[in-house]
Design a protein around this ligand. Structure first.
Ligand code: SF4
Length: 182
């Protein structure tokens, strides 16, 4: 089995990717680091669902802190950007750099992200952020894969119903609450 650190944005987006990895000789460790999510109550719901998913499969699940103030500082000046704009790129960079650091800390060569499974997000931004994280953290390697392909988008929707996951109605941050995302 090949170890991979999987940065998970939420349980629904993780489900089909984790299933595919387990069927294809990958051993995912789930890393939950999403300080972008607001408010705290919403964050706790999404986190609990991710933990429930991982623990049900016997997968290691790692939680990181909800430092929303730090996230707000990181995206300062980009608050009014539209979704899929500059704020989102910065948001991806922050989360994927943390994932790269965690992978190196754990001795896992490769990291990837469930963000690349959402049709509401720009793959080019995710790849740019992943490669920037890889460059910033020596020893890390970003697995740039389109996790929507190969039937995974359809499988995601099946598993969403099968696990009865909470299905969020917006991307995550306070600036996306009025924007349709999921
Ligand atoms: S809309 Fe989503 S990806 Fe963009 S900054 Fe907000 S939480 Fe991050």
């Amino acid at each position: 089995m090949i170890p991979v650190l999987l940065h998970a944005c939420c349980a629904p987006c993780s489900s089909a990717i984790v299933e595919w990895m387990l069927q294809n000789d990958y051993a995912p460790t789930i890393y939950y680091y999403n300080p972008n999510i607001y408010p705290l109550e919403e964050y706790e719901i999404r986190k609990a669902e991710s933990k429930r998913h991982a623990e049900g499969l016997g997968i290691t699940w790692i939680d990181d802190d909800w430092r929303h103030d730090d996230w707000l500082c990181a995206i300062h000046g980009l608050e009014d950007e539209p979704e899929r704009g500059g704020r989102c790129l910065r948001c991806f960079e922050l989360r994927l750099t943390a994932a790269a650091r965690k992978a190196v800390e754990l001795g896992i060569d490769t990291f990837t992200t469930t963000l690349a499974s959402s049709r509401w997000k720009r793959l080019d931004q995710i790849e740019q952020a992943g490669h920037a994280a890889e460059a910033a953290v020596p020893g890390s390697h970003f697995w740039a894969r389109n996790w929507r392909k190969g039937g995974l988008q359809e499988r995601r929707n099946q598993l969403l119903r099968q696990y009865a996951f909470y299905n969020q109605r917006y991307c995550g941050c306070e600036f996306s609450i009025t924007e349709k995302c999921k």
